[in-house]
Design a protein around this ligand. Sequence first.
Ligand SMILES: CC(C)(CO)C(=O)C(=O)O
Length: 327
Amino acid sequence: MRYVIIGAGAVGGTIGVLLADSGRDVTLVARGAHLDAVRERGLTLRTPERTVTGRLPAVAGPDGAPLPADTVLVLTVKSQDTQAALTAWADAPVEGGGTAAERLPVLLAQNGVANEPAALRLFARVHPVCVWLPATHLEPGVVVANGHPHPGMLHLGRYPSGADDTSRAIAADLTAAGFVAPVRGDVMRWKYGKLLVNLGNGLQALLGRDMPESLSTRVRAEGEAALAAAGIPHTSRDEEAAERGDLVAYRPVDGEDRAGGSTWQSLARGAGSAETDHINGEIVLLGRLHGVPTPVNAAVQVAVRRAVRERIPAGGFPVAELEKLVG
Ligand SMILES: CC(C)(CO)C(=O)C(=O)O
């Protein structure tokens, strides 16, 4: 199979370079200075074990040429960019007839749980991936991944449930590339469990190390209550951690620690948007639908939007302001 990685940043870049390094045909989709750098110098991936540069074809989007019928589209853009990416690729022609949306599998290797229904509106073959892959998009053309001995754990299956031969074939390619890639018939249960973990991303991005434990406990408790009220199953913290065990332990790369999670990185590079409305916002939505108060998650959404708008640096949001928003 061939892979088109739509959003070759921290997660997409790591997956793309390692799939290519294990012999798969990979095309990267990127934009701006990152696209220029990858075209000029390739995409360099630094891990605790080695540095590898993938000299891979890189494009800004579909160019109208028919895609080979064994292509897998891998979406690794942030959730707020999902709709635009799906729309851009849906009508790409496929060799032998038909469009990408009709014929090609699309893998959603992203945080959040709303990308899957959005994809299923357009694409017939949707594969959720629950991603545990600590990585950083360091600078144009350079990505750092901290997982050791495996770079990441990528649970995958089929949406809305089940797993098929395509899931198994993709998992085999990911395993050959060095990832731990369990095939799950209930992959959305894993993604909801991961959603609960990611509820802390916004708080970390806002407050950094000064995060009061009471707030991180409350974002998760609200999340668990909203999922329970909605009757949505999710993995527990223990189940997730036991499954990962020592397979994907965090290690600094070249003596440097990762500055923060994905939302921290969005604020740190002044990205102009963050994923929080699709993470904490999912819990707020479920809370409103099912009558569960979610004041801390709602406050995190408001504060992150303000931090993005006012270019407040990662970790620099005043804790008292956030507490005021919680009410
Ligand atoms: C779990 C975590 C924090 C791993 O890096 C992540 O998913 C993220 O940064 O978005």
